[in-house]
Each structure stands twice: as structure tokens, then as C-alpha cells.
Design a protein around this ligand. Structure first.
Ligand code: GAR
Length: 205
């Protein structure tokens, strides 16, 4: 079967993107089941885009402030992604909420990774919020994106213990170690096996 086409969206350091790149390079596109065909971002000058460029991949940037409205930005992002004809779109540290147009085109094949055990601690500060709450375990969640904030059907989760001495950055680093492996595993299985979304349940065939 032909490898599935992935577009990856980033906003920051792109270590999850790098984990996907490394896994695909190590396994081979065919055996992994997917290839990254482009990387997009909502800002420039980030390490995530530099990683894509070093890998020889096309990149694109769509900044919210360059559009008259959020809807126009959303449509422009959707158009840019669509031009690479992806089977799956992966939000790997992409720190923007997409809108109706994007979800209309990519709903059901737009995967996000979040640094907390959803439905606890959604939003932009999942690590900080879990720490402030005093949770003893937290982790990461790979899920399909719906029209809420981190509310879509969960595909897989990884658990990380909170240590007494943790600050946000130490805890986030340990979460990211688990998260990168989880994302590589999940994206590969979705691509190779196919899947169904039944209500809130994701069934990987
Ligand atoms: C990841 O931990 C991801 O879960 C988080 O940003 C980090 C990106 O790291 N995303 C969110 O918080 C989304 N709400 P990376 O740029 O090194 O892959």
C-alpha cells in the first residue's frame, strides 16, 4: 500500500516533528506507512521549521496577523495544507485553534498531541495547570481534533509521574519523552492499519 501523506503543523521547537522524521528515516517510508510531505507553521524563525528545512521538506507559514479575520486565516491555512493533499494532518505543538473551514476539510484526519491526560488540563498550559493543581500523575494525549479545545476523540495516552521537585520545564521534558514515542507509534498505526471513529471511540483496525 502507498505510504500515507502527512502534513505536520508546528509552532515551536519541533521535537515531536523530529521524532516522526527520525522514525520514518530509520524504518523506511514503506514500512512506517507514512511520509511527511510538508511542514506548516503560524510563525517563522522557529526550530520546528528549521528541522523541516534540514530534512529537505517544503514549509509554509500562515500568520494570523497577516489576515483581516481569524476566518480568513483559517481558510488560508486550510488551503495551504490542502495543496499538499495529505491523508493525515498532525498538530505537533501547533499552538493555534483551527476553525470551521479547516475542520470541514480535515475533520476526522487531524491529529493533535497534548501534554496532559485529557480531559484534565486542556488548553495552552497543560503542564503548568497539572502542576498547579497538585496532580500526582499527568502525561500526554494523542487525539483527533474536533470543534472544542482538546475535546476530540482520544486515540492514545501516556502516563508520567509528577515528582516533588518538578517545575514546569522539568515535567514537560519528561512528558515529551513519552509523547514523542506515543506520537510516532500512533501515527504509524493509523497510517498502516486504517481506523474508524465511532462516537468518542477510535478503533485502529
Ligand atoms: C508538546 O509537548 C505538545 O504536546 C505541546 O507543545 C509541545 C511541543 O513540543 N502542545 C500543546 O501544548 C498544545 N496545546 P515540540 O515543539 O518540541 O514538539
Amino acid at each position: 500500500m502507498a505510504a500515507k501523506r502527512l502534513v505536520v503543523l508546528v509552532s515551536g521547537s519541533g521535537t515531536n516533528l523530529q521524532a516522526l522524521l527520525d522514525a520514518i528515516a530509520a524504518t523506511g517510508t514503506e514500512a512506517y506507512g507514512a511520509e511527511i510531505v510538508a511542514v506548516g507553521a503560524d510563525r517563522d524563525g522557529i526550530e520546528g521549521l528549521a528541522r523541516a528545512e534540514r530534512a529537505g521538506l517544503p514549509t509554509f507559514v500562515r500568520k494570523v496577523k497577516e489576515y483581516e479575520s481569524r476566518e480568513e486565516w483559517d481558510a488560508a491555512l486550510a488551503e495551504a495544507v490542502a495543496s499538499y493533499e495529505p491523508d493525515l494532518v498532525v498538530s505537533a505543538g501547533f499552538m493555534k485553534i483551527v476553525g470551521k473551514e479547516f475542520l470541514g476539510r480535515f475533520g476526522g484526519r487531524f491529529v493533535n498531541t497534548h501534554p496532559a491526560l485529557l480531559p484534565s488540563f486542556p488548553g495552552a498550559h497543560g503542564v503548568r495547570d497539572a502542576l498547579a493543581y497538585g496532580a500526582r500523575v499527568t502525561g500526554c494525549t494523542v487525539h483527533f481534533v474536533d470543534d472544542g479545545v482538546d475535546t476530540g476523540p482520544i486515540i492514545a495516552q501516556g502516563v508520567v509521574e509528577v515528582r516533588d521537585e518538578d517545575d514546569e520545564s522539568a515535567l514537560h521534558e519528561r512528558i515529551k519523552e513519552v509523547e514523542r514515542r506515543l506520537l510516532v507509534d500512533v501515527v504509524g498505526r493509523l497510517a498502516r492499519n486504517g481506523y474508524r471513529i465511532e462516537g468518542r471511540k477510535v478503533v485502529i483496525q
